[in-house]
Every structure is written in C-alpha cells, then in structure tokens.
Design a protein. Structure first.
Length: 275
C-alpha cells in the first residue's frame, strides 16, 4: 500500500467509494481555485462547455494535478502501477444555483471494456451538504443498471442521464470534503448531488483513471494520458501535455479529442456537444 491502509482499501472494495484522502494542503487547493478563477476573469465568464472537459489537456497546472504523486499513489493501490488518465471534468456549482447531478453510474456511456475504472474527485472548495456535496449509496457498484436520458437544463451530466430503477436515497452517504481532500469512487457507483444552497461556489475536479489493459469498445480509437508506469497494451493513443496554458496547438488537439469523445458519449442520440 502506498497511500491507502488495508482497512481503507477493504472499505473501498465493500462500499464502492472511500473518503476523505488528503492530497493537497488547503493552501495548494485554494491556489488551484485561484488559477481557475483567474482564467474565468480573463474570459469574462465562468468556465463552461468543452473547457470543463479534459481540461488537463489545456492547462499546465491541471496536467500537473492529474500526475500528482499523492493522487496517483492512492489510485495505484486500487488499480495497479500502470495508469492512464482517461478523462477529467470540472464540476462547478455556482452559489445558490439550481444545477444538480442526477443519480447515475459513470460506466453507462463510457464504452470501456471492464469496470476497472476509478474516479478521484478533488475538492478545490468546501464541499458540504449545503453546497451540494456528492451522495453515494454503499454497495451499489456491483452491476450495471438501466438509465434514461433527460438532457435536463440544470443537470451537469452530459446527457442528463439518470438511473431508471429505484434508488434507496435514505441509504445515501454525503461525501463532505475540505479543500485539498479527495474521494475515490468506482465506475458503477450509484451517486449524484443536489443543488448548491450556500453562498459560495462548490468546485470539484473529477479525474478518471484506468489501468493500461482496459480498452475502448464502443467507438473510434480513443486517447488517454499515460501518467504512471508503462503501457504495454497500446489500446489508447497517448495524449500530449500542454506546453503552456491554452497554447494554440493544445487547443487544436483538445478540440479534435473532444469531437471524438462527443461521438462516443452521445452515440444513439441527436445531441451534438457536451453541456
């Protein structure tokens, strides 16, 4: 074990999630938030659309975050030493905003060959019950269930997807995190989050990791960033890190990658882009 105790790993295996894990100091986490908000001020609006997806391909400081040793040590304890970052997303809820995340399983539309997929959710602000912290239902990660698409306006998910079977919300656990703490959750975990009723933004950065033996089976050849170990399988094209924030070459690569990923995540619908 590099980061997780045997008890912590056992809890992850049983429940499908584990938290909190301190990976950044409070000051470091607030520094990441400051960088994000500096970008938003420069653009005159909150970060939105495709810029929230795979943002590590656009910003050097997020490329550093997906490779942070404290994060990768915990991921390695679960998935092993050879790791790809398949994706990342900002989940930002503005103060007193109706945005929410419906109950869902991440695995529903990702098209990956097996459920050896782990999300780390890094808090860059307080994530409290009032601000709309994630909720997870222990032990719901053992099978894939049916979903329906809603494309609801205030849903932060790409398709507004929601679980189409009954969810026992009374068993839900609130994943309360301080800035610099993270949670881990399995790709089939039942999870969601309510709106932010607080006076501050709730900012989290979700990073999706896979071991190198996992394949994409539902669409065109996929891409990912090798972040630890070696890739003996070559199922994914390796993504390049940005040389500077919003570098034109990085933006062009990101646009092409997001076009391919959009075709994957929106297969079977007439939708054309991420929300």
């Amino acid at each position: 074990m590099k980061a997780l105790s045997p008890d912590a790993l056992a809890r992850y295996r049983t429940d499908g999630f584990y938290f909190p894990i301190r990976v950044l100091s409070t000051e470091e986490a607030l520094g990441y938030r400051a960088r994000l908000e500096a970008v938003e001020r420069a653009h005159g609006r909150p970060l939105g659309g495709l810029l929230r997806q795979k943002s590590h391909l656009l910003f050097t400081w997020l490329d550093a975050l997906i490779r942070h040793p404290c994060i990768l040590d915990a991921v390695e304890d679960v998935l092993g030493p050879d790791l790809l970052c398949w994706g990342s997303s900002f989940f930002i809820k503005e103060a007193r905003d109706p945005a929410f995340v419906s109950w869902h399983q991440d695995s529903t539309y990702w098209g990956l060959s097996e459920p050896d997929v782990l999300t780390t959710w890094v808090a860059l602000s307080e994530s409290t019950i009032e601000s709309g912290a994630m909720r997870m239902v222990p032990g719901t990660h053992h099978e894939q269930v049916a979903h329906r698409d809603t494309f609801a306006a205030d849903n932060l998910l790409s398709r507004g997807q929601e679980i189409a079977v009954e969810v026992d919300e009374a068993r839900g656990i609130d994943v309360v995190l301080r800035p610099g703490e993270m949670s881990l959750h399995h790709v089939r975990m039942f999870h969601g989050s309510p709106p932010n009723r607080s006076a501050d933004r709730r900012i989290g950065y979700a990073i999706r990791y896979i071991p190198t033996h996992v394949r994409q089976v539902a669409g065109p050849r996929d891409s990912a960033a090798l972040v630890r170990g070696v890739d003996a399988y070559h199922h994914f094209d390796h993504e390049e890190a940005p040389v500077a924030d919003l570098d034109p070459a990085a933006r062009a690569r990101h646009a092409a990658i997001m076009q391919r990923q959009g075709e994957l995540l929106y297969r079977g619908t007439t939708a054309e882009r991420f929300r």
